[in-house]
Design a protein around this ligand. Sequence first.
Ligand code: PLP
Length: 622
Amino acid sequence: MGLRSFSDPAKLYGLNVWGERNFVVEDGVVKVNHGCKPSLVSITKSLRESGYKGPLLLRFPHMAAKNVRTLFEHFERAKREFGYSGKFKAVFPLKVNQFPGFIIPLMEATKDLDYGLEAGSKGELILAMAYTNPGSPITVNGFKDREMISIGFLAAKMGHNITLTIEGINELELIIKEASRLGLPIPKIGLRIRLHTGGIGIWAKSGGYSSKFGLTSTELLEAMELLKKHNLTDMLSMIHFHIGSQMNNISPLKRAIREAGNIYAELRKLGAKNLRAINIGGGLAVEYSQKDDLSSRNYTLEEFTNDVVYLLKEISSSKGVKEPTIFTESGRFVAADHAVLIAPVLELFSQEYSEKSLSLKKDNPPLVQELYDLYRSINEKNAREYLHDALDHMESLLTLFDLGYIDLTDRANTETLVHLIIRRSIELLRDKPSQEIKDVLERVQERYLVNFSLFQSLPDYWGLGQSFPVMPLDRLNIRPTRSASLWDITCDSDGEIAFNIDNPLYLHDVDVEKEEYFLGFFKVGAYQEVLGMRHNLFTHPTEATVNFDEDGNFMVENIVEAQNILDVLEDFDYDTKEIERRIRQHIEESSTIAEEERKEILGELYLYLSENGYLRTINFNE
Ligand SMILES: *Cc1c(COP(=O)(O)O)cnc(C)c1O
């Protein structure tokens, strides 16, 4: 990686590792690898020309639908290969992305499959009841009260194929009560099992004995007794586990399947004759890495499906039970690819250091003079040496400033000259990749100020250190020369994606006063939107959906603009009328504003209140 692989720009940004063939680089731009292959930068520019400034979230529903199909195809293939007689079914877990711009097209595009929704709360259950195609499965996990269970009964009455997975004996008792109160039909019952096998990684609390969820062996036996006593054994149809999200290693899953397979066989022996499904939860990992050797998972989808099918076949045959329906709740795998965050670069911090800003004196301190001479005479041969000299001189000059020997003008000249030398030497050395230039790039990074909020749009980067693929949308036929760290526009020092030498990001040296430069953050479609928070009152970015028709033409639809400032304040339960009244009053009572200016100032403020809070960049076409 690094500068050497520039001959292939797609490779430089690891598109071959994380891209899933959803994007291609052609003619120096990133294109959607579908239909007429529109470039992301052209979609972005056309939206900006319609007045949507600030960051954008682009949705590509075809990518999520493709992932669902891939999942079904792989399981069907594995079933054929191993001669497996059980069925395969799946649901999308709503907690991963509940937004209408995602869910509605997903359910529409997968109508022909046995694909439904998983709900973990009352709100999600209502969504599942509205958007699951009739006959397709609904599963309900998480803690439930009587009310939630009643909603489940109503869903069953509506004809939904719904399974309530109980997390504890008390939930089963509630179901039994509701059954005698409401009568048939009743939802199918699932049991979440508490595995001996531990969960994994940062989500370890989802599985294992210390897990927040699931029934122990003793409780499973107790549940069977209860079911029998109330003649409900026939409603037990599924056992369920979920060992955690983004599992990087497949072995805990294999152990969990073995355990679950044996529990399944035991429960069937105890008389659960309609127990047909093993629900293996989610956890299927997404490749977020931009480097081959930093891969996020140690298995392919093929291995994953083969392992699940093979193990369940083996257990069923050794225990002499029917091969179970395999049920999955993969969320991240389905949703992550479909959304791309596009954010404009507002500023390169070192760009303020231009030759114009030099104000050399007649008599400069010797080291400043020397820096100037270095800058004047730097060439390809001496660039490396001069760069080192410049960095050394800067250290000395800053010390001299601290000691009071040079003044602020000298210090400003020092900073400017050193940055000019850095930029010049990187340019001169660009075709000579070497360890040394890499070392230099590591030392002298450019800070890119990017118009987005990390807390709003990439919360898992902030919370969990989860990195997302990032690359510029254009100039991909030009070698990027700057090692980059990215800064968001919140006032929080955590709002930074630092340069990481193990996973370096190189960007172009652009003059953002003259040209636009956009970064794409990919695979942000799972968990980020709903976990995003309004730190500094930055709301969700403007979103738009890119759809393709049968001829491959694309349409940008369903534009949801970022909330304006007043709407955000209203969401925080401010009385916005009161805010407006107070501002008007302050203006009217102000002794510094002349009577005739008041109206104009108020009008101007109203205009700002009706816009979103992201920074506005210059539109170069205006
Ligand atoms: C969160 C969750 C999922 C989804 O997990 P992914 O890692 O996104 O696939 C599935 N099932 C249950 C019970 C969950 O809580």
